[in-house]
Structure formats: structure tokens, C-alpha cells
Design a protein around this ligand. Structure first.
Ligand code: NAP
Length: 283
């Protein structure tokens, strides 16, 4: 099977690494922007061959993974659609889905198929150098088929996700966007605001910086991610992110009220509720 990966960064590189580890019957074609990236990806064992020519690169592929920044996913599908071979399946890894799936389904030519996807894996370090074959091991990989999605295409992508170490979960694009707004995009906004609270501190900022230990590091880790990826999340999932931030503000002001009241029982109610729920996620 010939598999093309457009965009060889953390996610694209990790997909290539794992697929090459898994099965020598796959031929992995990497399609980055620059020749330099092709050489590095071959050296790191993420691809078999590469080209910076997008349309030539996807021509022979049975499956195309689009792993570019979110804002480039639809422009990329637009460019490759006329060159895909019959039966080809395109999937993406973008962190928001509703807009992408809606537009991709309109663009795909007859006899070629699209399945929206989003691996729930990542780290604050991005780019190809940070790629690792085990990035998706045991992680949920959301697929967002719609009524229009071809069943064989879902099956093929699901099988590849399993080979990548992921656990397939299906949901519709709108539900996906609501879910990731709450568990991924809103936390990024909160982590950034948390860090900026200290960055804006005039008098004791340096002391705070020196004293910040593992608690602060754990709470704010995602604020060290690539700002471009964050902007893409907020722009393409604006409605759901704003809704999630609204809920967060309500939750924060409940806690604020409890602290203001000075009543242990009021504070315990909020903190115990959070502990119980968090402990049920990360046992
Ligand atoms: P990344 O490490 O920055 O990689 C993005 C790659 O896309 C870079 O290698 C970049 O090339 C390449 N690229 C940019 N424009 C391109 C173009 N026109 N043609 C071909 N390649 C192009 O980012 P990433 O973390 O892998 O994220 C990629 C996608 O994965 C995004 O859609 C994101 O929403 C999704 N995602 C990310 C995470 C995460 O935690 N990072 C998790 C799940 C999903 P250069 O190296 O030349 O800049």
C-alpha cells in the first residue's frame, strides 16, 4: 500500500515512523515543503521517499494523511483532489473537524473518499525532530465520519489507526469540536492566561519565576506549545471554544465565591468534586 503524508512535523513524522516500523509492505511517501525535510525524514526512518511536489506526490497513493497546520488542510485537499487515483482515501489529523469535514466532502471527486480524523496525542515540542513512533500508543484517535462517508474508507483508516497504536473512537464532527474545545482548546486558553498572570506581574515576577515548581509546570505545560497551532484551534473552533470558556468562567466564579465566603464546606464541595472527577480520568 502506498501512503502519502503531507506535512512532516510532529504528527506526520510520527505516523511515518510507526508505519515504517510496522509493515514493510507500506511505501511511505513524504510531502513536506522543503527538500531538507525529505533528507531528514529519510534519515529518521519516517518515510521511504519524498517530494516537495504535492500533486505528483499523492498521485499513486491509496491513502493520504494530511498533517499540515489546520489552516492549510482544506487548501491542500483542494489542490490534490483532481490528482488522486480512483479509490484513494484522504484523512487528516487537524484538531478541529466541523469546517474541515464539511468542506472536504464537497471537494472530493467521485470515487475518492474523505474521513476526518484527530489523534488525541501530542506534546509541546513540535516539528519532525520531535516525532516518535510510539506517540499514538494507547491514545484515542477520533474519526468523524458522516452519513456521506464511505464505509470501506472508514474501515481502511480505522485499521491504519490501530496499526499506529491508536484506539479508534467515532463521533460526529460537531460533537468532536465541542469535546476538544473543553478538553484541549479551552485548557490551552486557561494555561496561557495563567502564565500571563505572572508575566504581567510587575513587582514580584522574578521571585515567582524562581519559585515556580512542578505544580505550576504541570498546570501550564501546554502553554509552551507552538502559538500558530493554538491560533488555528481558536480560529477554526471559535464557537465551541467560547462556549467552553463561558462554562469555565462560571466554574471559576463558583470557586471564587466559595473562597470569599471563607467557609470550608463551600471550598471542600468544589475541590472534592474536582478531585473525584479528575481521579476518575487518570486512575
Ligand atoms: P508541526 O510539527 O509544526 O508540523 C507541521 C508540518 O507541516 C511542518 O513540518 C510544516 O513544515 C508542514 N507544513 C506547513 N506548511 C506546509 C505546506 N504548505 N506543505 C507541506 N507541509 C507544510 O505540527 P504538528 O504538531 O505535527 O501539527 C500538524 C497537525 O496535527 C495540525 O493540523 C494539528 O492540528 C494536528 N495535531 C497536532 C497535535 C499536537 O499536539 N501537536 C495533536 C493532534 C493533532 P515546516 O517544517 O517546513 O514548517
Amino acid at each position: 500500500m502506498k501512503i502519502a503524508i503531507v506535512g512532516l512535523g510532529l504528527i506526520g513524522g510520527s505516523i511515518g515512523n510507526k508505519l515504517k516500523d510496522q509493515n514493510s509492505k507500506f511505501k511511505i511517501i513524504g510531502i513536506p515543503r522543503r527538500k531538507k525535510t525529505i533528507d531528514l525524514a529519510i534519515k529518521l526512518g519516517a518515510i521511504d521517499e519524498g517530494t516537495a511536489d504535492l500533486t505528483a506526490g499523492v498521485k499513486e497513493a491509496e491513502v493520504v494523511f494530511i498533517c499540515t497546520p489546520i489552516s492549510l488542510i482544506i487548501p491542500t485537499i483542494n489542490r490534490i483532489a483532481p490528482y488522486l487515483k480512483q479509490g484513494a482515501i484522504v484523512t487528516d489529523v487537524g484538531s478541529s473537524k466541523e469546517q474541515i469535514v464539511e468542506q472536504a466532502e464537497k471537494i472530493m471527486a467521485k470515487g475518492t473518499f474523505f474521513v476526518g480524523g484527530h489523534p488525541m496525542a501530542g506534546k509541546e515540542k513540535v516539528k519532525l525532530e520531535a516525532a516518535e513512533a510510539d506517540l499514538f500508543q494507547g491514545r484515542t484517535w477520533i474519526l468523524t465520519p458522516t452519513r456521506k462517508t464511505n464505509p470501506r474508507a472508514i474501515q481502511v483508516i480505522s485499521r491504519l489507526v490501530v496499526l499506529l497504536g491508536g484506539k479508534v473512537m467515532q463521533m460526529d464532527p460537531k460533537t468532536h469540536d465541542l469535546v476538544v474545545a473543553v478538553i484541549s482548546h479551552m485548557p490551552l486558553a486557561v494555561a496561557a492566561a495563567l502564565v500571563n498572570t505572572i508575566a504581567d506581574e510587575k513587582k514580584n515576577r522574578e521571585k515567582m519565576k524562581k519559585c515556580a515548581a512542578s505544580g505550576f509546570r504541570d498546570t501550564t505545560r501546554i502553554a509552551s506549545g507552538d502559538p500558530e497551532l493554538g491560533i488555528d484551534m481558536f480560529v477554526t473552533n471559535q464557537k465551541a471554544v467560547l462556549k467552553a470558556l463561558g462554562s469555565f468562567k462560571k466554574s471559576l466564579s463558583r470557586l471564587e465565591k466559595a473562597i470569599k465566603s471563607g467557609k470550608n464546606s463551600a471550598m471542600a464541595k468544589e475541590l472534592a468534586k474536582a478531585k473525584k472527577f479528575r481521579d476518575s480520568i487518570y486512575r
